[in-house]
Design a protein. Structure first.
Length: 37
């Protein structure tokens, strides 16, 4: 049981990081569009 919990924990912790990366990528794209204007 300990092994399974250890395997699930990293996945759960990477989810918010993945969402943050997606937000930062979209923000970077929007920022570049503003700069191009």
């Amino acid at each position: 049981r300990k092994i399974s919990s250890n395997v699930l924990q990293p996945r759960a912790s990477t989810l918010p990081i993945y969402l943050l990366l997606a937000k930062t990528q979209s923000f970077a794209e929007g920022f570049q569009r503003v700069q191009s204007i």
